[in-house]
Design a protein around this ligand. Structure first.
Ligand code: ASP
Length: 336
């Protein structure tokens, strides 16, 4: 079995209580071996643990953390057969999606996991998730892609969402079948259709002003929406729309503002607020007007994957028709 590198970034899995609530805590490798003599079990791959600096609560995550993760993966890629990233659950789906777009085709699995209850606490799910991720990282049937292992399932990273705040089965991929199911045995329902290859370890440029989300809701302010769309620093906007991709029209004023932004070169991506299903831009008159405004239908992409995709593509300097093309279809299996 090939050796696995475990990258510990922070998150509940390695947190400890403090007077203000859980905080990230160094020394996970020692605590892990105290919990269980993992290394002695020959059904598990040998592994090393590398702690990222600084350890963070993933709610603090900014995209520069993705560059740091990719850089560490790059420098250890040849040495290990698989990689496990221990990450906080709050933004794990964003990070898994971002790495899927940054790395592109892979020839080894990169598996994110974490926990709802810290390692060492009663009923903690940490050890189970971590051991599952380790086994999966060394399993020959595990797809060479960025995925997320949690509870009893392995999910495509850019399809995963945190769907439960309390349940130990906190993640799911509502629009895509699980890559593997972990029962008594590990079963892989179907082989991964993604092409494998050597990853791209290039970093992305950070620009906090480039990407924004415009949530649609009854009572939303048209004035604020127009201000956002007119912002010169904006390069990509996610329209978080109703149902199959419908916006309110505001008597045409929202469409006018969207059209103007599109003409300035802002990429506009329509993503549904529904937990499951896809955008069908044109099913209703309110939605079909978006086609004229240059809004790209996001299909069944999740909000998390849409944010990550826009951030990575813009961070790689993509714009204009190349950006529109990349947003219109699947790059790494993120939409159907
Ligand atoms: N706030 C924590 C984090 O995302 C939650 C968790 O890990 O479950 O880092």
């Amino acid at each position: 079995m090939s050796r696995v590198l475990m990258l510990y970034t922070g998150g509940t899995i390695g947190m400890q209580p403090s007077p203000h609530g859980y905080v990230p805590c160094a020394g996970l490798a020692e605590r892990l071996s105290a919990c269980m003599a993992l290394a002695a079990d020959d059904r598990l791959p040998a592994f090393d643990v590398l702690e990222m600096q600084p350890l963070i609560d993933s709610a603090e995550l900014m995209p520069d953390a993705w560059n740091r993760l990719v850089a560490v993966l790059a420098s250890h890629w040849q040495t290990y057969g698989g990689f496990v990233v221990l990450h906080g659950t709050d933004t794990m789906a964003y990070s898994a999606a971002a790495l899927s777009f940054m790395l592109g085709a892979l020839d080894k699995p990169v598996i994110f996991t974490g926990a709802q209850i810290p390692l060492g606490e009663p009923r903690s799910d940490a050890l189970n998730n971590l051991v599952s991720a380790l086994q999966l990282a060394a399993h020959p049937a595990t797809p060479c892609e960025v995925s997320l292992a949690f509870h009893d399932r392995l999910l495509r990273g850019n399809r995963a969402r945190k769907v439960r705040t309390q349940g130990l089965d906190a993640f799911d991929s509502p629009n895509f079948p699980w890559l593997a199911e972990l029962g008594i045995a590990i079963s892989y329902p179907q082989p991964s259709a993604l092409l494998s290859g050597r990853p791209d370890f290039a970093p992305i440029e950070m620009d906090d002003d480039a990407v924004a989300i415009l949530p649609l809701y009854p009572g939303m302010s048209l004035r604020r929406a127009k201000e956002l769309l007119a912002d010169e620093r904006l390069k990509g906007l996610i329209l978080h729309s109703y149902g199959v991709g419908n916006p309110p029209s505001f008597e045409g004023q929202l469409l006018t503002a969207l059209t103007a932004a599109n003409e300035r070169g802002v990429a506009l991506l329509n993503v549904t607020q529904c937990a499951q299903g896809e955008v069908v831009q044109g099913a209703y008159a309110t939605g079909s007007a978006l086609n004229q405004a240059g809004v790209i239908a996001g299909g069944d992409i999740t909000l998390e994957a849409a944010v990550a995709k826009l951030t990575v593509l813009l961070g790689r300097g993509m714009s204009g028709s190349a950006l529109r093309r990349a947003l219109s279809g699947s790059l790494r299996g993120e939409c159907s």
